[in-house]
Design a protein around this ligand. Sequence first.
Ligand SMILES: [Zn+2]
Length: 111
Amino acid sequence: MSEKVKTPLGEETVLTPEELNKKIDERQKQDWINYKKQIDGTFKCLECGSTIMSATIAHPIWDGPFAMSGGGQVFDEEMSYCPKCDKKPNFHGSPVAPEGSYHNPLIRRKK
Ligand SMILES: [Zn+2]
């Protein structure tokens, strides 16, 4: 799906929970390739040896019946990144639309 909507803050890509889970899965697989676990439990970047940092990305949950509406809930995603090789993740995550909400209706709207 990955519906694109225009908001006052710019264009957003609305994800379904399934799409978000898939993205997280894929990135975690990538982390195991790019980062090496240390004896102390931290991870190091295989590219530059930096200690991997973690950031929280907040995904607003748009579960309301109107465009861009929701009860104010947020899904916090933990994301790891290398402070040298990666750019710091954007704290502002893509909105997530659970099934049955305006952006993820049970019955598809006619195009
Ligand atoms: Zn690195």
